[in-house]
Design a protein around this ligand. Sequence first.
Ligand code: ZN
Length: 198
Amino acid sequence: MSPYFKKAVSANNISAEKATEAVRILLQYIGEDPNREGLRETPDRFCRALLEMTEGYSIQPEEILSTTFETDSDEMVLVRNIEFNSMCEHHLLSFSGVAHIAYIPSNGRIVGLSKLARIVDVYAQRLQVQERLTQQVANAINKYLKPQGVAVVFEGQHSCMCVRGVKKQSSHMITSAMHGQFRDSLASRNEFMSLIQK
Ligand code: ZN
């Protein structure tokens, strides 16, 4: 049994049996036979996948951002094209794309670059709306790293726009959150925007 599955038993006191039964009911709801060969293990697989995709709930951002390093630079640090996968809380459908994160260190404190990618995952692997996801990543970096400024842009493609509703395949949603120098200085913001558009 995957570690994700075990965790579910304690969350809200819902047992794995109860969760898989709910998926069996959903299958019946759309007219399927949950006992047919191809679907027999589907409720179990679905619950595991769902837990894996929402793993971020069990990770605290401070675990990731508390280890910092010294540097003598106070220039912008930028990581572009950090891939993410998340789930829209309105339809439980996936949305995915890339995030761009920049910050300007304060007192020479920087974090490992992989930490910025991990902080994206911590918040993406929850039920989300892209606007909040963007804010949460920016707020966490601002809170734990205390930089002179932080800028975060998410570009996402939403399944709920592509496969249902208006069915627009190539529309992208762009959201941004800025703090400190990126909010106050047009020059810093423009430098960030031109670097991520290259
Ligand atoms: Zn949606």
